[in-house]
Design a protein around this ligand. Structure first.
Ligand code: ZN
Length: 56
């Protein structure tokens, strides 16, 4: 399993995500970024997520 804490990229955000693989996480983060942070996923955000992915 992969895990990602939004707070590692967006200070103050407490959302955590777990998924089966990188794409699963990215899909969830894209949805969250749009609805809660009002940002669209771009390359910078994808790289930030990948840099902070954890193996569980
Ligand atoms: Zn967040």
């Amino acid at each position: 399993m992969k895990a990602f804490r939004c707070g590692d990229v967006v200070p103050g955000c407490a959302r955590e995500f777990t998924g089966t693989d990188r794409q699963d996480i990215l899909d969830q983060v894209a949805e969250h970024a749009r609805s809660d942070h009002r940002v669209e996923v771009d390359l910078t955000l994808v790289e930030a997520v990948e840099a902070n992915l954890q193996d569980r």
